[in-house]
Design a binder for this molecule. Structure first.
Ligand code: ADP
Ligand code: MG
Ligand code: ZN
Length: 642
């Protein structure tokens, strides 16, 4: 990939110039003050009479008449010479001892010149040099300019040091990185797996970039911009690059989050500059990543941000201004489309929306195939099984898992990635690494084992659940002391029925139920189970219309569905209280169900738990084998009794 970075100049903004000016003035005043203190020799003020007396006594060497004062240079004191050269190093007056200097106010006295002539004393008045204009120039203007220059140079140096991101006060950042240009992204649609619909929508853009005249001949206008919308890590950035790669055009990219600048006007000028450069290179693609950082709705009363608004306005006007017939297409990506300014979404701007969803089972398998190509693998790897185990994972997760697997293979000194490596890396991404050094006490280990087997048994004993894949009580770095992995056996589900959700809640609560039945205790280990179960119960009531009491009323709505999926309540205080009560009801009922299931199968619970304590990790098959054995012998027992 040839990745050429470009630097662009920014016109300096007014603010910093003013600040520099003030700084220089202050510095000049300080400088003048200091020099007048340090450089001027000590002068002593005397009265005019004393001056006359000095002349009479012959102690005056030279007299200088100025506009308003008289400076008198006394005769050097020969005795003092030895004092000065004590150090042996030539100070200011080693061979010419210093003359004492006095001054006094000017008096229009005609006698004085005669007197000086009489005594043979030199006298003069300074020419030119003391003209007030020149004086002012020398003491103020010249140092001021000098200071100004130094400060600007200094700020440039600083901005270079800071990697060009901003510079001191936004000036002198000619080296700042404005945006990236890749002449060839080297990425094609083949590198993006499982986003068939998105690719289809983008195909037209690619075709247009290949051959704009085909469209303009009929008078068809291409959309100026397309917005890629989806959760993080689903491949939005990758898709944008692939469009450029497929069309074989340059790729200008710029990230919205880089717009946080100190001074107003920088973001806007970046946008202006970007479009100018891109226009010159058309056909090409401009990609604005994380556009929500600039494109946030402007009518947000809570916080106003001039910088962002200016940038947004600039972007809007650039989008209106450019001519699509040249083959310039603007792509943008966001995972928060709901907060974007409406003006960005209107026809003629980002009017086309391309959804980049989390991949489904087949999509995940395809993504894994793309990434597994980069590593050496054993011949028997089963990517389908891995895809089954990674429900909910996005492309970035999957890429990461393949890499983790490769790292694991290296750690075990193998030269190819095995299925075991792959499945282990899935767990590492989901639950964290095994934490072998965390030693649980014997008692804790027992509790964790019974808790996990409680989950697993509730799974096996109910119809609407996914089979157990693995149970382990090896602690993990992300906090779990043990866990039970469930996995669909062949297909992925897109719909969940009410019974499935209820059964799943029971499974979550069965961990605590086991603790309570066996040890008559309640531990903190169930907190995550409780949180997830409660969330499910609440969603059933407020969003899925599965409650008899409230029926099909939407009581909550999703706020940002591509990020954390937070919800906001759409109902009155009283209704919320009623919802809370209903959630408590559901949870209590399901907990009772869980306890009942485990009490009825106490023999299986005990037997499997003991086996797990011994082995620490057991597979779903081992689990089912013991479970079936226990059940069969129990049935045989019952037959004998009858
Ligand atoms: P987004 O911009 O949506 O947050 P990215 O495009 O930056 O996600 O994806 C990050 C990485 O994840 C990519 O570089 C790629 O390695 C991998 N990836 C994501 N989605 C896919 C996909 N559909 N196919 C192949 N790889 C993917
Ligand atoms: Mg991205
Ligand atoms: Zn649990």
């Amino acid at each position: 990939m040839d990745n050429k970075k470009r630097d662009n100049k920014i016109p300096p903004t007014k603010n910093p110039l003013l600040i520099f000016l003030v700084l220089s003035i202050v510095a000049t005043i300080a400088l003048n003050f200091i020099t007048s203190l340090m450089l001027s020799p000590k002068k002593e003020e005397i009265s005019y009479n004393e001056f006359l007396k000095l002349v009479d006594k012959g102690k005056v060497d030279e007299v200088v008449f100025e506009n308003d004062k008289i400076t008198i240079y006394g005769k050097a004191d020969k005795n003092k010479e030895t004092d000065v050269s004590i150090f042996g190093i030539g100070f200011m007056g080693e061979d010419e001892p210093e003359r004492p200097i006095y001054y006094t106010g000017y008096i229009n006295d005609e006698r004085i010149l005669d007197k000086l002539d009489e005594k043979g004393i030199k006298y003069s008045t300074p020419v030119e040099l003391n003209s007030p204009v020149l004086n002012f120039l020398m003491t103020w203007i010249v140092p001021l300019l000098f200071m100004y220059l130094i400060i600007i140079l200094f700020s440039r140096m600083l901005s270079k040091k800071m990697g060009g991101s901003g510079g001191i006060m936004g000036i002198g950042q000619s080296n700042a990185k404005m945006y990236n240009v890749e002449n060839k992204t080297g990425i094609t649609f083949k590198d993006v797996a499982g986003q068939e619909e998105a690719k289809e929508s983008l195909d037209e853009i690619v075709d247009f970039l290949h051959n704009p005249s085909k469209y303009t001949a009929i008078g068809a206008k291409q959309p100026k911009g397309a917005l890629l919308v989806g959760p993080p890590g689903t491949g939005k950035t990758l898709l944008a690059k692939a469009v450029a790669g497929e069309a074989n055009v340059p790729f200008f990219s710029l990230s919205g989050s880089e717009f946080v600048e100190m001074f107003v006007g920088v973001g806007a000028s970046r946008v202006r500059d970007l479009f100018k450069q891109a226009n010159a290179k058309a056909p090409c693609i401009i990609f604005i990543d994380e556009i929500d950082a600039i494109g946030k709705s402007r009518d947000n009363q809570m916080s106003t941000n001039d910088e962002r608004e200016q940038t947004l306005n600039q972007l809007l006007s650039e989008m209106d201004g450019f001519d699509t017939s040249k083959g310039l297409v603007v792509l943008a990506a966001t995972n928060r489309p709901e907060i974007l300014d409406k003006a960005l979404l209107r026809p003629g701007r980002f009017d086309r929306r391309i959804i980049v969803e989390k991949p489904d089972l087949k999509g995940r398998e395809d993504i894994l195939k793309v990434h597994i190509k980069n590593v050496k693998t054993a011949p028997d790897i089963d990517l389908h099984a891995m895809a089954l185990a990674t429900s909910g994972a996005v492309g970035a997760d999957l890429a990461n898992m393949v890499n983790e697997a490769a790292l694991r293979a290296v750690r075990f000194k193998r030269n190819a990635v095995t299925q075991e490596d792959l499945m282990d890396s899935v767990e590492v991404i989901i639950a964290g690494k095994e934490k072998k050094d965390r030693i649980l006490s014997k008692e804790e280990k027992r509790i964790v084992a019974f808790h996990e087997v409680g989950h697993a048994l509730a799974t096996a004993l109910q119809k609407n659940t996914q089979p157990v894949q693995k149970i382990t009580i090896v602690p993990r770095t992300m906090g779990a002391l043990g866990y039970t992995m469930q996995m669909p056996d062949k297909e992925e589900k897109y719909l969940n029925s009410k019974n499935e959700i209820l059964d799943q809640i029971t499974v979550f609560l069965a961990g605590r139920a086991a603790e309570e039945i066996v040890f008559d205790t309640q531990t903190t280990g169930a907190s995550n189970d409780i949180e997830r179960a409660t969330e499910m119960a609440r969603s059933m009531i407020t969003m899925y219309g599965m409650s008899d009491r409230f029926g099909l009323v939407g009581l909550e709505s999703l706020q940002n569905r591509y990020l954390d999926g937070r919800t906001v309540a759409n109902c009155s205080e009283e209704t919320r209280t009623a919802i809370d009560n209903e959630v408590v009801d559901i949870m209590k009922k399901r907990y009772e169900v869980a306890k009942q299931l485990l009490t009825d199968n106490r023999d299986a619970l005990d037997e499997i738990s003991e086996f797990l304590i011994e082995k620490e990790t057991i597979t779903g098959d081992e689990f089912m084998e013991i479970f079936d054995n226990v059940r069969n012998s129990r049935n045989a027992q019952m037959e004998i009794e009858e």
